[in-house]
Design a protein around this ligand. Structure first.
Ligand SMILES: *[C@@H]1O[C@H](CO)[C@@H](O)[C@H](O)[C@H]1NC(C)=O
Ligand SMILES: *[C@@H]1O[C@H](CO)[C@@H](O)[C@H](O)[C@H]1NC(C)=O
Ligand SMILES: *[C@@H]1O[C@H](CO)[C@@H](O)[C@H](O)[C@H]1NC(C)=O
Ligand SMILES: *[C@@H]1O[C@H](CO)[C@@H](O)[C@H](O)[C@H]1NC(C)=O
Ligand SMILES: *[C@@H]1O[C@H](CO)[C@@H](O)[C@H](O)[C@H]1NC(C)=O
Ligand SMILES: *[C@@H]1O[C@H](CO)[C@@H](O)[C@H](O)[C@H]1NC(C)=O
Ligand SMILES: *[C@@H]1O[C@H](CO)[C@@H](O)[C@H](O)[C@H]1NC(C)=O
Length: 691
């Protein structure tokens, strides 16, 4: 501090020299402590740390802030400044900081919080200590020595009656008292600071004596004995005492106004509900009232409405029963109660009293209530909501996908209407096979079945039921086409395989047993073992069809078979038929003719030879025709009887030529025709050969 003081004292001596100094730090300390009791003395110290090499031209300015607001500022040549807070109050509580500014340099201290606990005891003063009912007095509550924003609260006999906000440390309240007697009055207050508040202790208590007014209301209810529902009661209300004229009397029962009038109110009521009956009037500003509690004994209970059926379906006749229990048998019998049904739906029929009604369930939901009336008292039941269910209709039965004999398929059963859950039962010949319960709209009733005979499909029916203990609705019989898988594929040729001649037509007939449409394919087997060659394919709506080759050549010799497939997708294959195409008739003729010619020539030569020998020497007659004849016989046999080697050669040739030229049978595939369906007798060739 010594050097600083020296420094500051130089400021005034040395004039306008440029100072070299640095404001290093500013600190704030609160003494004696940051937590203080009310009335203590506190000092806030602001200290500046400065480094300097010359003289300063200005005196430092110290500024103190409380909760961000400037509260004190002062110039001081000293290196520290005190801000005294004498007799601290709750309102001094807050966050403090200070700032030092010298010569354009400024620095803030850290923030320190000062907390002051305790406020002064409030002081209450009343303008009068005795008054009459309806008169007013002024109560003044003050918070001695406190500062800040206040809320004052006034209490009469411990109960808060008024509160007043105030910016100063006192507030007034006008108090009025009803009824005579002695009252205790006190007050309290709260001091508010930005983030909090604190409450004072109770003030001193001041006693007031209140004089009661000499008049009051009188309430009478007759009869006074036990009151039952429906009893007629007479209620009278009148003032008593030395009353000023023109009083307005008000008689109420709970929230219901029974009557009002000047001087008196008489009212006759039917006892229904228990409750308070009040007779009141006001004199000056003083309300005066008399109350009595009316206790009414119930004769019968609130009715209950119930429906006969556990589950109501639309269109059902339902019996609705309304009933009240008789509670006081000596005053009421059950015959005295009459019932009425209330609804917006179809009209209900009264089934001879006793609270039974018959109504038809509508196709929509409906709420019913009923009322029981006796002795002029009507009681309403709670609402009964009837939500009729929808019955199933005759279900439809259908198959999913296609039905193939001998394979499992699915049957779908469905009722267009009906409340869920619905039980679906599948029947075969009236025997239930399986039951499935559909409980959500997305569910389907699907059953799996298998049939061995086409006609068995008609044995299936299904039933939909959604009413307990009730027959369901039966579907029609299942109607669906049944696909019989193919079997017994047979290839038949016309003419017979051993009777096919060159130049004629060859008809290959393929027949199957099973359900049309059928796709047929004819194959010729490659003799070299290279697999089968597809000749022709076609789909017909029948069980057989033919493929015609015309004119047939020796190249057509070979092994044939056919394949067939229908919607059951199980291909079947016929037996293999070997066909050997024979020489044409004219070729045989030419051969026979040439043989004859050879024989003739040979005979002629023989004759000539014999003649010449007979002419020269004796001749031995010997015929040498035999070898030549057997030769021509051999060549015939080769062409007519099926020889394996020759057949193989022919097939090879045919397949070679077809392989290079494309389809050799192209020209002959003009004749695929459906033949009479029943060409099943494949071993006999009895089909009329009209080709
Ligand atoms: C506070 O300061 C005042 C005046 O300086 C003095 O009269 C009083 O006794 C002090 N109170 C306390 C509690 O020190
Ligand atoms: C307030 O009341 C409490 C107990 O009622 C007492 O201990 C306390 O000293 C009172 N405070 C003041 C400031 O009177
Ligand atoms: C009103 O009722 C009281 C008592 O029930 C009866 O004394 C009085 O005469 C009645 N006043 C009138 C105007 O009916
Ligand atoms: C009934 O249906 C269930 C489920 O679909 C099936 O597991 C069961 O085998 C069926 N029973 C008969 C007898 O078909
Ligand atoms: C449906 O089937 C279930 C189980 O088999 C049964 O408990 C229920 O009563 C049936 N519901 C109807 C309406 O038949
Ligand atoms: C079965 O269905 C077919 C076509 O779907 C129809 O022509 C035929 O009349 C139906 N048969 C019966 C008995 O309903
Ligand atoms: C298939 O042929 C066998 C033997 O010839 C015969 O018993 C059977 O009935 C035939 N099947 C059909 C479906 O025609």
């Amino acid at each position: 501090m010594g050097p600083l003081l020296l420094l500051f004292s130089c400021w005034t001596l040395v004039g306008a020299q440029t100072p070299l100094f640095k404001l290093r730090s500013v600190t704030l300390t609160i003494e004696p402590a940051t937590d203080l009791l009310r009335d203590a003395n506190a000092t806030l110290w602001c200290r500046a740390g400065v480094s300097s090499s010359g003289t300063l031209t200005q005196v430092p300015v110290y500024t103190f802030y409380k909760d961000g607001t400037k509260v004190f500022t002062k110039k001081s040549a000293s290196a520290e400044l005190a801000y005294p807070l004498l007799h601290v109050r709750y309102s001094n509580t807050g966050k403090y900081k200070c700032r030092v500014d010298i010569d354009g340099q400024g620095e803030n201290s850290d923030t320190s919080k000062l907390t002051v606990t305790g406020v002064s005891v409030p002081l209450l003063h009343l303008s009068r200590s005795s008054l009459s009912e309806g008169e007013e007095l002024t109560a003044t509550c003050s918070a001695p020595d406190e500062r800040g924003a206040f809320f004052f609260y006034f209490f009469v006999d411990g109960r808060e009656v008024q509160d007043k906000p105030a910016r100063i440390n006192r507030a007034d309240a006008q108090l009025r008292f009803n009824g005579g007697g002695v009252r205790q009055v006190h007050c309290e207050y709260t001091v508010m600071l930005a983030p909090g508040s604190t409450k004072s202790n109770k003030s001193n208590t001041v006693t007031v004596s209140v004089r009661e007014l000499s008049f009051r209301p009188v309430l009478e209810i007759r009869p006074v004995a036990e009151v039952f529902e429906g009893d007629q009661l007479s209620v009278s209300c009148r003032p008593e005492g030395n009353v000023p004229g023109g009083l307005l009397l008000i008689l109420t029962h709970g929230t219901q106004l029974l009557g009002s009038g000047t001087d008196h109110v008489n009212s006759s009521i039917t006892a229904k509900d228990s409750g308070e009956i009040e007779c009141s009037f006001e004199v000056g500003n003083v309300p005066k009232k008399a109350t009595k509690t009316l206790s009414v004994t119930e004769l019968f209970s609130v009715p209950r409405l119930s429906v006969s059926l556990a589950e109501v379906f639309e269109g059902d006749r339902m019996v609705l029963t309304c009933s009240s229990a008789v509670l006081v048998a000596r005053r009421l019998s059950s015959e005295d109660i009459s019932y009425a049904l209330d609804s917006t739906g179809p009209p209900a029929t009264d089934l001879g009293g006793a609270g039974r009604f018959s109504a038809q369930a509508p196709p929509y939901h409906l709420s019913y209530t009923c009322a029981a009336t006796a002795r002029g008292i009507t009681k309403h039941s709670q609402a009964l909501l009837v939500w009729p269910k929808v019955s199933v209709v005759r279900p439809s039965i259908s198959v999913v996908g296609r039905v193939v004999l001998g394979r499992p398929f699915q049957i779908r059963c469905r009722s267009e209407r009906g409340s869920l859950p619905i039980n679906y039962t599948l029947f075969r010949k009236y025997d239930p096979l399986n039951v499935t319960t559909v409980s959500t709209p997305s569910q389907e009733a699907l059953f799996t079945a298998t049939i061995q005979e086409s006609d068995d499909i008609k044995l299936y029916m299904c039933e939909a039921a959604n009413r307990p203990n009730n027959e369901g609705e039966l579907s029609p019989r299942l109607n669906a086409s049944v696909i019989v898988p193919l079997s017994n594929a047979t290839l038949t040729t016309l003419p017979a395989p051993w009777d096919v001649s060159e130049g004629n037509a060859l008809i290959l007939i393929c027949g199957v047993a099973g359900t049309p449409p059928v796709t047929f394919k004819w194959y010729r087997e490659d003799g070299g073992g290279g697999g089968a060659q597809l000749l022709f394919a076609g789909t017909v709506d029948g069980r057989s069809t033919s493929h015609r080759i015309h004119p047939v050549s020796r190249d057509h010799s070979g092994s044939y078979y056919c394949e067939a497939v229908n919607q059951a997708r199980n291909p079947v294959r016929s037996q293999t038929v070997h066909i050997e195409v024979r020489l044409a008739l004219w070729k045989k003729g030419v051969m026979a003719a040439s043989c004859l010619l050879v024989l003739c020539v040979a005979a002629l030569l023989c004759v000539l030879h014999l003649k010449s020998r007979r002419g020269k020497k004796e001749v031995t007659t010997e015929l040498s025709v035999k070898p030549s004849g057997s030769k021509s016989d051999d060549s015939l046999t080769v062409s007519l009887a099926p020889d394996t080697e020759a057949y193989t050669a022919a097939t090879d040739a045919a397949s070679n030529s077809e392989g290079t030229e494309g389809r050799a049978t192209n020209g002959t595939r003009d004749s695929v025709a459906s033949l009479p369906a029943d060409i099943s007798n494949r071993s006999s060739y009895s089909i009329p050969a009209t080709v």
